[in-house]
Structures are given as structure tokens and as C-alpha cells.
Design a binder for this molecule. Structure first.
Ligand code: SAM
Length: 575
């Protein structure tokens, strides 16, 4: 089949699909499936995906060439590791970078990969990144190709790392393993030292506290949600008490996010400052900052890994976030749906505000399902366009992932499941258009966060550190560049209406969002976000058009109602 772009496929499918204009996503999906030419168009979607898959297989590097490249990069790392000039620490960072590149280059389950991880662990341990070094040892071992003759080396490394991490339980375990290894005198001495160390560690597991483990501050501690009953203005958020400027109004965990194309961030916690652990099954297109994050994201990634290999997500824009919302959150409710057999009832349950499910506020997915969408206001051709993408993603999930494996046990027919899932993706697409947020992060100046040249991760940039975690004096300014790193679903933040002079200052930290008060707020005041540019950096006419086009309302905020709403902008930018 001739190779064609996704946009061409969508154009063709949209032009040849004729349906009535429906207000609801499920009806739209069911209508396009009733069309007599539908089976043929479905085949086209499946063939298009197969084309991507065939192309991927053709371009796949051979195991031999991957091993050759990885070994070469590791040897380059070894040269830095052994060299003492100009500075040992700097060479250590450079070795760490080369070993990371060797990890990315290696094929899965090979000795080259095992050695690349083991060598990086050695450098990370010396640099003081003990948690990361420990993870690398596990990565080396899980290849099942780490040479048995070197096993004592990696075991002692693990033992030293957990000693520095003050984890008595793990240290005990590794010391027992080492006893069985038949060690020479020098290793025996090291084990003795560690045995002594063991008795000095408090007998508790010290949990590394990460910013991302922070408890969610109750969203409704300082604010409450009000329903204006006005179809456009909808729900909004007000202060429940006086809030001081700079105070945190609320914290919220980002429910789902996708990195902006090419951005090197952990796909689970959103951290930028990491030493990456790549997923080898998708050639390192997805990275994590730790094995814990890899494990926590596994259920989502098993349904995306092939899509990353095929380059599918690069082509579907905001629909990737819609798919991610579904993959992250739908499993929370699938057991609740087990007793249902009619998808129209299921749909009602999922989308009606007064349904039984919607009262379960402890189920996070409910918050996403309740987000506003202007699907009804989309043109019919846009509805069909997005419906075709949603259906294509259902085909992808069915043909290339285990997503539908569990659904076979329910009372809903398999074909109905597909329609339901397409309809949910379609709903999340509409919601993401009106609610998605772009998250930003600080990154070192001069290093493009989207560039593969920093594949080895910011923590291995030598010129920032004197030693790990000690920022070199006078280097704070190099951390001065803020860039957009991901598109995210943040349901409570999405309840805030827009004003061109917003009340909140957003702060992103990995997967945590905090809304800070930009000025003193009085009890009962509405709390506003800004969806576009603020009055300080744009003309009102520009904002008005954007808000109308994207969010379907006319801005009548306090600032825009002033006699000269552009005075501040003109003052700053023209004089
Ligand atoms: C992100 S949602 C905000 C929460 C929304 N009010 C709700 O009920 O879910 C964006 C939508 O809220 C409405 N909206 C937001 N700010 C508004 C404003 N200043 N005036 C009128 N409607 C507004 C528009 O319908 C817009 O598309």
C-alpha cells in the first residue's frame, strides 16, 4: 500500500463520512460506524497503522550494530573514567554521559546493555548519586546477560549504595548474597567494613522523600466550587477565606500529562533533572528517572510502547493527551462497569452529572469526566475528523496492545467496548482542547531540553556542579530558562474561569501543580486563571479572538471592561 500521511488519511475519511450532527461523542462514534462504507475505511486505518509498523521493522537497527555502537561508546566512557586530567570529577561526568549514550544505543537483553548500566552505576556511585547507581545495578542484572564472573562487583556496588542510603534491610540482603560469591581477600575486607556499617544503621528503611510524594493539600481547604448555572460561564471557584498574596491556594497532582515532543522528562513524575533509564522496547523514546517511576508507569506504558515505536503519537497532537487520560484513569472505573451490558447506559453513567458514578468524588477519573467540552460547538467536519482519530486509536489499542484483554470478561460486547473507548477518547479530545494546561520547567540555559544531545540527563552536566547537589558558586543564573515541557490534565485547576488579570500564579514541580495567590484575595472573591496571554503582554483584541475561538466566550473580565484595557501593555512595550 502506498505510504501516506495521517493528515491525508484523516482528510479522506472525513470527506467520505456522512452523518447527522450529533451532540454526544458516543452517538457520533456509533453513527460513523453505521455508515455503509465504514468497514472499508476501518480497513484503511488498520492498513495505515500496519504501514507504520512495517516501516519501523525495516528501519530497526540490527542487534549486532547496536552492540557495536554501545560497546564503542562504553569504551569511550572508560577512557574518561581512567583519565585524571584536566579534572577527575569532570572526567567522571563525561564518562557518565558516554555510558548513558551506550545504554541508549544497546539492544535489550544484551551483555552490552548490562555492561553499560554497570559502568554507569560505578560512575554514579562515585559522584554520590547512590539511588540512581543502585537502580543501574538492577537494570544491569535484569538483562540476564551480566557476566557471572563479575557478579561480585555489582553486588558489592549495590551493598555500598544501600549503605550510603542507610537501608539496613537491603544491606543485609546483599551481604548475604556476597557471602556466597567466593570473594578474594580485598573484597572480603570490604564486606567486613560493610558488616560493621550495618550495625551502625538504624533498623528502619529510610524512604527517600521526593517532591513528588508530597501529600495533596485538600483542594477545598481554601476554595469552593460554585455552579453559576450559566451555560457558558459554568462552574467557577471562589475563596472560602481571606488568602494572602504568595500563599498557596491549592496543590493538585497532575492526573495525566504527555511531554511536549522530544522533551527529555520522566514519563511518570515529570522530573527534568534526571539521569535517564530508557525503555528499550521503544528505543529510549520514553525515559524514567528511577525504577520506581518505571514500575508505576508500567500499566500505562504497556499500552503506549508500540505507539512510540511507530511514531504514532508525534502525529496526533492533543489526542495523545486524550489517550493518556484514558490510560491513566479509566482502569479506576472499569470494575464499576462490570455489571452493565448496554453501552448507552454506561455512557449515561459516565457523563451525567447526577449519576451514581459522578457522586464518587474519591474516584479521580470522575473529575476528568466532568470537565467541560465544547464538542457540541465544533463544526461537523471537525467532529468527524476527531472521531476518526479516536477510532484509529481504538484500532491501535485493539491490534497492538493488551488494553482490551480484560474487557472480554465483562457483559459488554467486544465491538461495543471499542465504540465506548473511542467515544471516551473523543470526549477527552474535546475536553483537552478547552482544558489542557502547558507545564513549564526550569532548565539550564544553553541546553535544549528537547535536544537528543542532552539524552544523558541534566544531572550529568559537569559544568553545573562542584560535586553532586552542590551547585557551583555563581551558577544559579544558568538555571534561568523556563520552557514548556508537557501538556497536562489538571482537573481542579480547570474549574477556574479566565481573567486577563489572573488571581493565581501557577507553579509546576514535576507532577505537582500549586496555585499561588498573585495578590491578596478576600473571602468570596472568584479565583481566576489566565488561559492565554495576560493584559501585561498582549493586546485585548488578540486575547478576545483567541478566547472566542478556543474557549467560546467573550471576555468581559474586570480588566477588559476598563475604558483603556491596553494602557498597561502599550506603556510597557512601546515606551
Ligand atoms: C477551563 S473551563 C473553566 C471551568 C468551566 N466554567 C466549567 O464549568 O467547567 C473553560 C470554560 O469556562 C467558561 N469560561 C471561562 N472563563 C470565562 C469567562 N471569563 N467568562 C465566561 N465564560 C468563561 C468557558 O465556557 C470556557 O470554555
Amino acid at each position: 500500500m502506498e505510504k501516506f500521511k495521517l493528515s491525508e488519511l484523516l482528510e479522506y475519511q472525513t470527506a467520505y463520512t456522512q452523518i447527522l450532527d450529533y451532540e454526544c461523542e458516543l452517538e457520533t462514534i456509533l453513527a460513523i460506524k453505521k455508515d455503509e462504507n465504514w468497514p472499508l475505511r476501518r480497513q484503511m486505518s488498520a492498513a495505515w497503522l500496519k504501514g507504520l509498523s512495517d516501516e519501523y521493522k525495516i528501519n530497526l537497527n540490527s542487534k549486532e550494530s547496536a552492540t557495536k555502537k554501545s560497546n564503542r561508546l562504553r569504551e569511550e566512557g572508560n577512557v574518561f573514567y581512567c583519565s585524571k586530567s584536566p579534572s577527575k570529577t569532570e572526567n567522571m561526568f563525561k564518562a557518565g554521559q558516554q555510558y548513558t549514550l551506550a545504554i541508549f544505543a544497546a539492544a535489550p537483553y544484551t551483555e552490552a546493555l548490562a555492561l553499560a548500566f554497570a559502568n554507569r552505576a560505578m560512575v554514579l556511585q562515585e559522584l554520590g548519586y547512590y539511588r540512581q547507581a543502585y537502580d543501574d545495578c538492577i537494570c544491569a542484572l535484569e538483562t540476564n546477560q551480566y557476566p557471572m564472573r563479575l557478579i561480585h562487583k555489582i553486588k558489592i556496588r549495590q551493598a555500598f549504595c544501600v549503605y550510603y542510603l542507610q537501608d539496613a534491610k537491603k544491606l543485609e540482603l546483599h551481604l548475604t548474597e556476597l557471602e556466597k560469591c567466593g570473594l578474594n581477600e580485598s573484597y572480603k575486607q570490604r564486606v567486613d567494613e560493610l558488616q560493621k556499617g550495618l550495625s551502625s544503621i538504624a533498623n528502619e528503611i529510610i524512604k527517600e522523600t521526593q517532591d513528588n510524594d508530597k501529600e495533596d493539600m485538600s483542594l477545598t481547604e481554601t476554595t469552593e466550587l460554585v455552579d453559576s448555572k450559566d451555560a457558558t460561564r459554568g462552574r467557577y471557584v471562589v475563596a472560602k477565606r481571606d488568602i494572602k498574596s504568595g500563599e498557596i491556594i491549592f496543590h493538585e497532582r497532575i492526573s495525566a500529562f504527555v511531554p511536549v515532543e522530544g522533551t527529555q522528562i520522566c514519563q511518570q513524575c515529570g522530573s527534568v533533572f534526571i539521569i535517564p533509564i530508557p525503555c528499550h522496547a521503544c528505543n529510549g523514546k520514553v525515559i524514567y528517572c528511577s525504577l520506581k517511576c518505571r514500575e508505576d508507569q508500567a500499566k500505562v506504558h504497556q499500552n503506549e510502547c508500540v505507539g512510540y515505536c511507530l511514531g504514532l503519537f508525534e502525529q496526533i497532537g492533543i489526542s495523545h493527551l486524550a489517550l493518556r487520560i484514558l490510560l491513566e484513569e479509566f482502569p479506576q472505573i472499569s470494575p464499576i462497569l462490570a455489571h452493565e451490558s448496554d453501552i448507552k447506559n454506561v455512557w449515561k453513567e459516565l457523563t451525567t452529572e447526577t449519576s451514581h458514578l459522578n457522586t464518587k468524588t474519591e474516584v479521580n477519573y470522575v473529575k476528568s469526566l466532568r470537565l467541560v467540552s465544547h464538542f457540541q460547538k465544533m463544526s461537523l467536519s471537525n467532529k468527524i475528523w476527531f472521531a476518526v482519530i479516536a477510532d484509529l486509536l481504538a484500532v491501535y489499542l485493539k491490534e497492538y496492545t493488551p488494553f482490551f484483554h480484560n474487557t472480554s470478561k465483562s457483559k459488554i460486547k467486544q465491538s461495543d467496548w471499542e465504540s465506548l473507548i473511542s467515544a471516551l477518547i473523543l470526549r477527552h479530545i474535546g475536553q483537552s482542547i478547552s482544558n489542557a494546561h502547558t507545564c513549564s520547567s526550569i532548565a539550564p540555559t544553553c541546553y535544549d531540553i528537547r535536544s537528543s544531545t542532552v539524552k544523558y540527563g541534566f544531572l550529568l552536566l559537569p559544568n553545573m556542579w562542584t560535586k553532586p547537589f552542590h551547585l557551583r558558586q555563581g551558577m544559579l543564573h544558568v538555571l534561568g530558562e523556563v520552557g514548556e515541557v508537557s501538556a497536562a490534565n489538571i482537573p481542579y485547576l480547570s474549574m477556574l474561569n479566565h481573567a486577563c488579570n489572573p488571581t493565581i500564579r501557577p507553579r509546576f514541580s514535576g507532577r505537582n501543580f500549586s496555585a499561588l495567590a498573585d495578590r491578596d484575595i478576600e473571602e468570596g472573591d472568584e479565583i481566576y486563571n489566565c488561559y492565554t496571554l495576560t493584559y501585561r503582554n498582549s493586546m485585548s483584541v488578540v486575547r478576545r479572538d483567541l478566547l472566542k475561538e478556543m474557549y467560546h466566550f467573550n471576555c468581559e473580565c474586570v480588566h477588559c471592561q476598563q475604558s483603556d484595557p491596553d494602557a498597561a501593555y502599550v506603556r510597557v512595550f512601546f515606551f
